[in-house]
Design a protein around this ligand. Structure first.
Ligand code: ADP
Ligand code: DP6
Ligand code: CO
Length: 357
């Protein structure tokens, strides 16, 4: 008998770093957020996930689906990963039902092999690139005719921020209002080419896995922070409006101010969580001061910091201000204890934004 065929598809997916942050779930099961959010998709030339999905009738049904993440076996039994598999299989099964000549891939175990070329679970959006790549790789394997919007709804169920990595450029995740999550998905606010001189400098302060995962941290915040209510009802809706306007008008000072204020507001709700959660460390705070000094020296806003759920900084700036921003960051932070090794080994100037997977 001929050996069973192995079907295979690979994809890469980019990281996105939010400038208006998602933090809070109104429905943890469907992964529906308490607020809309907006992010910038970074270049895959610098930070990316590479995922290969394969399936075969020869794969052990008893062992089932599997994932090797960065060379180590990783759990796929979690409800959120299972939801992605289920959604994708259901769509493939519908294709197979409509065309009986198609191979029955939906009945075969899926093996995934994935690698992030940047720190995992360290506040650099590995779950975003990771689940966007997982969903896209399986959709390619199954030859699904799904649009990026439809895939974003599936990726959202794996990790909320992942829905935004299906698009390039400037991307909003609309929180939606339907109980079944059918209107909670990402859309592109502007393509990367709309503001082609935007740059992001990624400062790897620590590559260590964070103490409190995003999933757990935001649920603690929702449950215990009073400040959080103010954030989701007033601060974020206003920041979303201001940010979309700043992007449409390519107004860097406005983009920068909202970015920094929203990062500060998000970390304030973490500090207001009980017991408090601290994602930033002293080096992160030094990066904030360095950005303030750069802006003061320039006499205008040329740089904007933002921090996800981790100590690592992302600094947005325009290409024409590279020397003022990147040069000064090197000079200032190169002298701080604990910064130097990371700054030299981990400092990445991501040269452009990306058009998505
Ligand atoms: P981050 O700040 O890096 O997004 P999170 O706490 O949100 O950190 O999520 C980290 C988790 O995301 C990992 O523990 C892992 O479960 C999942 N993840 C990261 N990369 C991948 C990947 N390439 N494929 C599948 N899952 C991934
Ligand atoms: C601070 O998308 O990682 O990076 O949906 O539980 O997987 P889960 O959380 P995740 O949270 C990201 C939080 C953030 C802000 C953002 O990316 O918008
Ligand atoms: Co994440």
């Amino acid at each position: 008998m001929a050996a069973e065929k192995v079907y295979r598809a690979s994809t890469t997916a980019p990281v996105n770093i939010a400038v208006v942050k998602y933090w809070g779930k109104r429905d943890p099961k469907l992964n529906l957020p308490t607020n809309s959010s907006l992010s910038v998709t970074l270049s895959q030339a610098d930070l990316r996930t590479l995922t290969t999905a394969s399936c075969s009738a020869s794969y052990s049904a008893a062992e089932g689906d599997s994932l090797i993440l960065n060379g180590e076996p990783s759990d796929v039994a979690g409800a959120r990963t299972q939801a992605c598999f289920r959604e994708l299989r259901t769509r493939r099964a519908a294709l197979e039902a409509a065309d009986p000549s198609l191979p029955k891939l939906s009945t075969m175990p899926v093996h995934l092999v994935s690698e992030n070329n940047f720190p995992t679970a360290a506040g650099l959006a590995s779950s975003a690139a990771g689940f966007a790549a997982l969903v896209r790789a399986i959709a390619n394997l199954y030859e699904l005719p799904a649009s990026p919007s439809e895939l974003s709804k599936i990726a959202r169920q794996g990790s909320g921020s992942a829905c935004r990595s299906l698009f390039g450029g400037y991307v909003a995740w609309r929180m939606g209002s339907e109980a079944d999550g059918s209107d909670s998905l990402a859309d592109q606010v502007a393509e990367a080419a709309h503001w082609p001189d935007m740059r992001a400098l990624v400062l790897v302060v620590s590559a260590a896995k964070k103490g409190v995962s995003s999933t757990s941290g935001m649920q603690q915040t929702v449950a215990t922070s009073g400040l959080f209510q103010e954030r989701i009802s007033k601060v974020v809706p206003q920041n979303m409006d201001l940010m979309e306007k700043a992007i449409k008008e390519r107004d860097f000072p406005a983009f920068a101010e909202v970015t920094m204020r929203d990062s500060n507001s998000f970390h304030a709700t973490c500090a207001d969580t009980y017991p408090p959660i601290f994602y930033m460390n002293d080096v992160s705070k030094a990066a904030i001061r360095a950005v303030e000094a750069i802006n003061a020296a320039a006499g205008r806003t040329v740089a904007a910091y933002t921090f996800d759920a981790g100590p690592n900084a992302v600094i947005y700036y325009l290409e024409k201000d590279t020397e003022a921003v990147v040069g000064t960051i090197h000079n200032v932070l190169g002298d701080i204890d604990g910064w130097k090794p990371a700054a030299i080994e981990g400092l990445k100037s991501t040269v452009s934004l990306d058009e998505g997977v």
